[in-house]
Design a protein around this ligand. Structure first.
Ligand code: ADP
Ligand code: GN1
Ligand code: MG
Length: 354
């Protein structure tokens, strides 16, 4: 680890390097130097990302625009270069590493402690969208092709189900049937993307609450992090994924499903922070936000179940049925959104122009 850290132009020499944070895909460490400086050292998952130099180019270009638009240096991630003037290193095993400035005096929440926290995360993601509105979308690398292409996620699911490499399918028939019953309707956003009915924007695509930092002193929106999946996308992805995670009344891996609901009041809180901060969304985009919530939740549940069937190669797990538990909370959330569908539409109608 030291050998890797020493290649980056840090202020001081590293004196400690400890595992940090709760991501499911990358491995994150916090470095402290003898000058009292803190950094984030990250191993970028080669399982998830097949073109890390392209991904790092996206991150560098996007953070440059965000930094230019921000008053406080903590409002944008800042990459640290190596002594060779690049922003990543490759270790002997061929794995990629990068370093960011540690965003000081910030909070990263796994669950909102109040609706105000969730509102602030919505403002952060909305502003992010707004600041990147003129970014040349075509120049971005697609870091994970078809990331939110739900029909393509179903294609992979069917392949995994047919192979059933761990013999787990028979025991999760109810969960499998839940997704299959919704396969046809799940292609709606992708169809609107392909027909051009919805515009492509620079989207974050992984808008979990724990991918935003709040200012620890003011609890206001500070910095959007985890930029690996910034790609061309639909605004409904960013709205939807944030609802999936942050408007749930329980943790993503909660075993007691009676604790899991989609809180309609938190849904409204997020809409209220996000839609005005984005600015300039088309009526059609606004109208599709509830669909984004449902389909991002369905898709994420399908991905968890697929990974469970496949033997847990993609998402980090801490217990044997972790991915199955995660899939089940997403199923519960989708069911609850179906029950609250008309109310979700009514909330969003308030933001329709005219
Ligand atoms: P993953 O892709 O695995 O989710 P993240 O980039 O989200 O990785 O980082 C994991 C965690 O590390 C975050 O949830 C946050 O707590 C922390 N973190 C990441 N970058 C920074 C930073 N620049 N400053 C402070 N904390 C950070
Ligand atoms: C992963 O990396 P992290 O933990 O922020 C995943 C998201 C999922 C999320 C589910 C690159 O996000 O797509 O929605 O887990 N990221 C990637 O918690 O696949
Ligand atoms: Mg993250």
């Amino acid at each position: 680890m030291e050998e890797i850290a020493l290649q980056f132009a840090l202020d001081g020499s590293p004196i400690s390097c400890r595992i940090f944070g709760e991501g499911h895909v990358n491995r994150t460490y916090r470095i402290v130097t003898d000058h009292g400086k803190h950094y984030i050292l990250q191993h970028v998952s080669g399982t998830a990302f097949h073109d890390v130099p392209g991904l790092m180019e996206n991150v560098a270009r996007v953070t440059e625009v965000l930094a230019r638009n921000s008053a406080d240096p903590r409002e944008s991630l800042r990459l640290i270069s190596t002594y060779d003037g690049v922003n990543w290193v490759r270790d002997r095993e061929g794995e990629y590493w990068r370093v960011y400035e540690f965003v000081e005096d910030s909070l990263c929440l796994q669950a909102a402690e109040s609706p105000a926290d969730f509102y602030e995360s919505a403002v952060a993601f909305g502003r992010f969208q707004h600041m990147l509105r003129d970014f040349p979308i075509d120049t971005l690398h697609e870091t994970i092709p078809n990331f939110h292409n739900t029909p393509d996620r179903f294609r992979i699911f069917h392949e995994t189900l047919a192979a059933d490499p761990c013999g787990r399918a028979a025991d999760v028939k109810r969960e499998i049937d839940f997704f299959l019953a919704r396969e046809e309707e799940s292609g709606a956003l992708q169809a609107m993307r392909e027909s051009g009915e919805l515009p492509l924007r620079v989207t974050h695509n992984d808008t979990k609450l724990n991918n935003v930092l709040l200012d620890a002193a003011t609890r206001k929106a500070l910095c959007v992090i985890d930029l690996d999946t910034v790609m061309p996308g639909l605004v409904a992805y960013d709205f939807g994924d944030a609802i999936r995670f942050g408007a749930s009344t329980g943790a993503e891996d909660e075993k007691d499903l009676s604790k899991i609901e989609m809180d309609l009041s938190l849904f409204a809180t997020f809409a209220d922070g996000f839609i005005p901060a984005c600015g300039g969304l088309t009526p059609r985009e606004i109208e599709t936000l509830p669909l984004g919530a449902k389909l991002m939740t369905l898709e994420c549940g399908l991905r968890f179940l697929t990974d469970y069937l496949d033997g847990d190669h993609y998402f980090g797990i801490a217990r044997p049925e972790h991915n199955l538990d995660r899939a089940r909370t997403q199923i519960k959330l989708v069911e609850d959104m179906e029950a609250k569908w008309d109310a979700m539409q009514a909330v969003i109608q308030n933001y329709m122009p005219g």
